[in-house]
Design a protein around this ligand. Structure first.
Ligand code: ADP
Ligand code: ASP
Ligand code: MG
Length: 418
């Protein structure tokens, strides 16, 4: 069996959905499981709905309406006949969403978040499955929440592998085209959970692992994994093959082309991962497998913007040692600041962090009681795997370098743009 994952960009409009059909025609669809994300930027649009809901904003009506209008337009573009059952099916899903927003009593933001954003994937897969049937491809629509079981850590749920493995290996039909939702799961009480933003790649890996699949293919708007994000680097080149280890390192340092959790389950069973273009599906793209050399051997660049560089030094010139460091780290954890780089000297300690939830001011107040705190906002963290002098120059050119760290294979540079 093969597992294919189609992300938001691949199904962002009617053309995208038709293209999925074309891709399947070209590469085959018997004995395939499709994992599909919400269409385009639907998850972001549903995040606005959730914000309006909690703010009790009068904009709630219109933010919901926007999501409905977007999907309705795609339906009208795909199906000439608006008596097609898909119109009723999608309407029913939106009615469920309306019902939830009108009757929910839970004040738990993360719980509400998962119940609401899940409609993105539920609706995209409904539309895609109906379109395939319309084009005479028989499909099996699967509600992923009956298969992937998780704990109740809403928005970042942990998979219960035993239960999930049992459900998937027993109940997924072979020799057909299965279509299911990425990113979602459900907890013990059957409430919807999600696996973290961009988690659909991970869903594909979970299914592949439990089905002992032959391969996973992630279909992208780029030719494959490149040695840099082509949005930021004009001369980015395609990597034909990389090892799991390399892919894990790239994803860990922030290459957004593969979700970091995706690689481990595949590596464990040595299931090959292909990253391919949904625009040119017959091109080879990137193959990720065990122990192969990076080919071509090139420096790989990863950029993380909007970072915060914090330097702590002791007020009394005492050393910053294990005890202090563990306290500092537990504070970062508590305030949900993600640490991307660490450097320490005898009396100072620097970290480059991401403050996604805007908690730094609060944390700073606590840290300042014990340490002298200096910080630079809005810095950029560059990571170069397999660096060389010219790669470093490319990054440093015209920028102010404020920190640099080198290990055998990896160079990290923090810059503030001039
Ligand atoms: P999906 O639709 O599957 O969610 P994403 O938009 O999350 O796809 O991922 C594809 C994007 O990842 C590309 O458009 C590209 O800009 C970005 N990207 C970041 N790093 C890389 C890389 N090293 N190689 C290729 N693409 C990359
Ligand atoms: N729709 C979810 C998101 O945008 C999951 C995914 O696309 O992978 O984060
Ligand atoms: Mg994505």
């Amino acid at each position: 069996m093969r597992v294919f994952k189609f992300g938001g960009a691949s199904v962002k409009d009617a053309e995208g959905i038709k293209n999925v059909y074309d891709v399947l025609q070209k590469v085959g669809y018997e004995d395939v499981l499709l994992v599909v994300s919400a269409m385009g930027k639907t998850t972001n649009a549903l995040e606005v709905v959730i914000k309006d809901y909690f703010d009790k904003s009068s904009a709630l009506q219109s933010s919901v309406q926007e999501v409905k209008k977007y999907h309705n337009q795609i339906l009208l573009d795909l199906f000439e006949d608006d008596s097609n059952a898909v119109f009723t099916a999608v309407k029913a899903q939106f009615s469920d969403l309306d019902y939830f927003l009108a009757h929910n009593k839970s004040p738990n933001y993360d719980f509400v978040y998962d119940q609401v954003v899940s409609y993105g994937e539920l609706i995209s897969t409904t539309i895609l499955a109906h379109f395939m049937n319309h084009m005479d491809i028989k499909t099996q629509w699967i509600d992923v929440r009956n298969f992937i079981k998780t704990d109740s850590n809403y928005r970042d749920a942990t998979v219960d592998w035993d239960l999930t493995h049992k459900n998937i290996s027993k109940n997924v039909k072979r020799k057909t085209l299965n279509i299911t939702q990425g990113f979602l799961g459900s907890d013990e009480n059957n409430f919807t959970t999600t696996l973290g933003r961009e988690g659909s790649d991970y869903t594909a890996a979970i299914f592949a692992y439990c089905l002992n699949a032959d391969s996973v293919t992630i279909w992208k708007d780029v030719p494959g994994v490149m040695n840099a994000d082509p949005r930021y680097f004009e001369n980015a080149s395609l990597l034909n093959q990389i090892s799991y280890r390399e892919a894990i390192e790239l994803a860990f340092y922030g290459a957004t082309v593969i979700h970091p959790k995706t690689l481990q389950p595949l590596q464990r069973k040595e299931i090959p991962l292909y990253v391919k273009s949904f625009i040119n599906p017959l091109l080879k793209g990137t193959s990720v497998s065990r122990g192969v050399n990076l080919e071509p051997y090139l420096p790989c660049f990863i950029v993380k913007r909007n970072q915060l560089l914090i330097s702590l030094s002791s007020i009394d010139f005492s050393f910053i040692m294990e005890e202090n460091i563990s306290e500092i780290f537990s504070l970062f954890h508590e305030f949900k600041l993600k640490v991307n780089l660490i450097q320490n000297t005898a009396i100072s300690f620097s970290v480059c962090v991401e403050d996604k939830f805007y908690n730094f001011n609060e944390l700073n107040a606590i840290l300042s009681k014990k340490f002298k705190v200096d910080y630079s906002q809005n810095v950029t963290l560059y990571t170069i795997r397999h660096f060389n002098d010219s790669a470093a120059q490319t990054v440093e050119n015209g920028k102010k370098v404020i920190l640099k760290q080198i290990s055998t294979e990896t160079m990290q540079i923090v810059t503030s743009e001039n």
